[in-house]
Design a protein around this ligand. Structure first.
Ligand SMILES: *Cc1c(COP(=O)(O)O)cnc(C)c1O
Length: 423
């Protein structure tokens, strides 16, 4: 065992963790490719890419070299009154990669803050247009947009933290995803009724991640975009989880031909090496902030915004999307997940199997012993961490077919073992 874990655990406060009862975290000492090495020498095949970030696997030499080079010259500098090449290059490249005229990039350090900035942009956009009364945000059931106060208010009211912090959060408008005609009419009606008070609609395009790996089709996303246009409200696409290839396209919005007014990026932006996020606005959104009035400027500026190390890592990550066959790898992963996870449908206690790009999710029914399942996965040599009712795989895109089979067979085995305990 490691000599730092027990003393450190007396002082660490862990995420989403009941510290009284939760099992101790596994001490990890190194990461390489698709593997995590534990203090006792065991290696786990990583099925979740460190919260969906490590799309190129761990320790890719190109990203390492880029970060090391940046560290030697300019690791960080404040971003007000000063600018640096890694950020300028990254903004230019993101603008070129994103669809339409999504071309103005505001850098922050986490996904939640990127969504906060998008909300601030949307509200101030309307304020600058003399419509300070447009302040409400429409969000979708089962969505997840972050853990800060403004973003919590946009997460699923039952699964999210609404009840815990009720009264401390802004009151926003929840809609159902318009996956059929009835729900399409309902969304239209909601927008008709409240349009004059609505600043923006926010959606996770194609896959709602932390709300349970729920998937909708491109037509549903296209309908949302059309409804926003029809009602004159802004569309914010939260591509923090879906961005950078996870669903099969560089950005999920591309599959529906949708150009949102604002898009949020983070997670895989740096290939899982350093924290960085970006909120990217279309030209017309940015233009609403141009004025002789200093008060019309976007009032935001995190201390570590556009951190040069993180921007260098992100540029290196984009190089890899160009020089290595990432999107083809996602297509191959999708096919293999479909073959190897579909049999889960026959296992008792499985409610649904969903696959999209490099995402494979199995939804369970009945009681779920999350800690027990997590322990079992580690015993089988894989890092898989079910949450809520879902066991899912989101491996690095570079995973080899035999390593992916290690993940899928562990998943099938754990679900089969669980089935024997269900009545
Ligand atoms: C993870 C995530 C966030 C929050 O990002 P953090 O970096 O954890 O703050 C927001 N939206 C979506 C869709 C996410 O998956």
């Amino acid at each position: 065992m490691s000599d730092w874990l027990t003393p450190g655990l007396a002082h660490l406060w862990l995420p989403y963790t009941q510290m009284k009862t939760a099992p101790a975290p596994l001490p990890v000492v190194a990461s390489d490719g698709v593997r995590l090495r534990l203090a006792d020498g065991r290696e786990l095949v990583d099925g979740i890419s460190s919260w969906w970030t490590a799309c190129h696997g761990y320790g890719h030499p190109h990203i390492r070299a880029a970060v090391a080079g940046q560290l030697a010259t300019l690791p960080h500098v404040m971003f007000a009154g000063l600018a640096h090449e890694p950020a300028a290059r990254l903004a230019t490249r993101l603008a070129a990669l994103l669809p339409g005229d999504l071309e103005r990039v505001f850098f922050t350090e986490s996904g939640s803050v990127a969504v906060e900035v998008a909300l601030k942009m949307a509200l101030q956009y309307w304020r600058n247009k003399g419509r300070a009364d447009r302040q409400r945000i429409v969000y979708f059931r089962h969505g997840y947009h972050g853990d800060t106060f403004a973003t919590m208010a946009l997460c699923d009211p039952e699964e999210g933290m609404h009840t815990l912090f009720a009264g401390s959060m802004p009151d926003q408008l929840m809609a159902e995803l318009p996956t059929d005609d009835t729900m399409r009419r309902a969304l239209d009606l909601l927008l008709d009724t409240h349009a004059e008070r609505i600043a923006a609609v926010v959606v996770e395009p194609l896959v709602q991640g932390a709300g349970g790996m729920r998937m909708h089709d491109a037509a549903t996303l296209a309908f949302i975009a059309e409804a926003c246009r029809g009602h004159g409200v802004l569309l914010i696409a939260d591509e923090i989880m879906t961005g950078f290839g996870r669903t099969g396209r560089m950005f999920a919005c591309e599959e529906a031909g949708v150009v949102p007014d604002i898009v949020c990026l983070s997670k895989a932006l740096t290939g899982g090496t350093l924290p960085l996020a970006a909120t990217v606005a279309r030209g017309h959104v940015f233009d609403a902030f141009l004025s002789d009035d200093p008060g019309a400027a976007l009032m935001h500026g995190p201390t570590y915004m556009a951190n040069a190390l993180a921007c260098a890592a992100a540029n290196a990550s984009l190089d890899l999307f160009a020089s290595e066959p990432r999107l083809a790898q996602v297509v191959a992963i999708e096919a293999q997940l479909a073959t190897e996870l579909s049999p889960c449908r026959e296992i008792d206690g499985v409610a649904d199997v969903r696959i999209k790009g490099a995402i494979g999710a199995v939804e369970l029914r009945g009681g779920i012993d999350l800690d027990g399942m997590r322990r079992r996965f580690a015993e089988l040599g894989v890092w898989v961490r079910p949450f809520g009712k879902v066991v899912y795989l989101m491996p690095p895109f570079v995973i080899a077919a035999d390593d992916l089979s290690v993940l899928t067979s562990a998943l099938r085995q754990v679900l089969a073992e669980r089935a024997t305990t269900l009545k």
